[in-house]
Every structure is written in structure tokens, then in C-alpha cells.
Write a protein that binds this ligand. Structure first.
Ligand code: SF4
Length: 239
């Protein structure tokens, strides 16, 4: 069984005005949105630009908007977002510069990670040396950028560190036994454009396809910052 579907695709090429192109395709309803995009590329328009790699939610590279929701189109079936004869609107993630069509420049994502000194996995961060139970909450991050696209604060404040970097900082803080390292991390995030800029919308947590719960991690850092301040009042070292 196949469905008749309309794909409305946001198009942008440098030097040209943005536009929306409409494509009619037939697709099995259990195929994914990415299958639909690839079918359009293969059969109707080879100039369509999109990013993809693993096809199973491991790499995060294909993240886009579908019917105004951030998704990994490689794991969302068309029957989850429309019906037979329905329309699927696809476009690039929000809050990132568009390079071409569905492809955004992820540079600001990694710049934010760098600001808190968090490589995704670095030489000082070997898997075998991370026994704390929250380790996987961060390592689940597939660097898709969806949380930054969904975040209403990132939309208005480009200096905000953002959910993914703060979730990384949380994990690094709680997995470090080095008090100087902990203080360094806290100094980086306990500031106006860090943990205190979040408006607690929890859009990042709702959108994250990898259960990182970035908003929960930001709240955890806030609690820790507050505890550290109270301890300081009583002449105690940070916890
Ligand atoms: S925290 Fe979640 S939404 Fe944000 S980049 Fe990592 S996997 Fe994607």
C-alpha cells in the first residue's frame, strides 16, 4: 500500500530568495520522512540539499523541521505526521544560519560546546573512567542541534550557552572529583547567559530525540550553584 503525499519543501540557495517547492510523491505510510526527501531527490530534483548519514538516529545529522516540529526524519514515519493525501512541510532547523535548503550551519552549536570547554568525547574523557550514573545522559547526545532549534531563548539571545552545552557542563561537573575543575565549570555556567538565562520552557527536553533532558540538567546546575552559595556563606567548600 502506498499513500499519495504532498511535500512542501523550504528551498534556499545563496544569492536567491527563499521559496517553497511542492512535490507529489507516493510512499508507503511506514516509510520515514527522510525516505520521502530522498525519493524527491532521486526522482524529481537533484538540486535538493539535505544532510543524512546513519539513518537510525545515531548521528543526528539529518535533523530538520517537519510540520513545524523538530524531528530526526530518519526515524519519524510519514503516518506519524499526516494521512493519506496529506501534506508534510519540511524545512531547516530554526536558530541556525541556512547553508542550502534543509542544511544548516552547525558552527554555533559547536562554538557553544567549546565555550564551556566540552568536546563531545575528548582524550581527557575516556569512556572507561566515567562511572557516575549520569554519564550516559550526556553521552546520549548525538549533537543534532534540535534543542537549540526548539529553545525560545536561543531564538532571541545568540549569546546564551544553550541546552546542549549546559547539559554537557552538568555531566562534566558531576563526573569530576577535582574541586578546581568543578569550580571552573561552575564559573562558566553560573552567569547571566548561562544557567540563569533559561526560561524553563522545557522545549529542549520535549524535543530532544535522545532523552538527554537538557532542561533538567540546567535546573540541576541551578540547584548546585545555589547550594554552593549557601555553603560559602557558612564557610564551607562547594559540594
Ligand atoms: S541534547 Fe538532545 S536535542 Fe540537544 S543536541 Fe544533544 S541529542 Fe540533540
Amino acid at each position: 500500500m502506498t499513500w499519495q503525499l504532498t511535500f512542501k519543501v523550504a528551498r534556499y540557495k545563496p544569492g536567491e530568495p527563499p521559496r517553497t517547492d511542492t512535490f507529489q510523491i507516493e510512499l508507503d505510510p511506514e516509510r520515514t520522512i527522510l525516505d520521502g526527501v530522498e525519493k524527491i531527490w532521486a526522482e524529481q530534483d537533484r538540486t535538493l540539499t539535505f544532510r543524512h548519514a546513519c539513518h537510525h538516529a545515531s548521528c543526528g545529522s539529518c535533523a530538520i523541521m517537519a510540520n513545524d516540529v523538530e524531528v530526526l526524519p530518519c526515524i519519524v514515519e510519514v503516518n506519524q505526521v499526516t494521512r493519506n493525501g496529506g501534506t508534510i512541510e519540511v524545512g531547516p532547523l530554526h536558530n541556525f544560519p541556512v547553508v542550502s535548503d534543509l542544511v544548516v550551519d552547525m558552527g554555533t552549536f559547536f562554538e557553544r560546546m567549546q565555550q564551556v570547554g566540552m568536546p563531545i568525547i575528548g582524550p581527557t574523557d575516556p569512556l572507561d573512567n566515567q562511572p557516575k550514573d549520569d554519564f550516559h545522559a550526556y553521552e546520549n547526545c548525538i549533537e543534532c542541534g534540535i534543542c537549540l532549534s526548539a529553545c525560545p531563548v536561543v531564538a532571541t539571545d545568540p549569546t546564551y550557552l544553550g541546552p546542549a552545552a549546559l547539559a554537557a557542563a552538568y555531566r562534566q561537573y558531576h563526573n569530576s572529583d577535582d574541586s578546581e575543575e568543578k569550580q571552573r565549570i561552575m564559573n562558566l555556567v553560573d552567569r547571566e547567559n548561562g544557567i540563569w538565562r533559561c526560561h524553563v520552557a522545557y522545549e529542549c527536553t520535549a524535543a530532544c530525540p535522545s532523552n538527554v533532558d537538557p532542561a533538567g540538567k540546567i535546573m540541576g546546575l541551578r540547584r548546585q550553584a545555589t547550594v554552593n552559595r549557601v555553603r560559602k556563606l557558612f564557610g564551607l567548600k562547594p559540594a
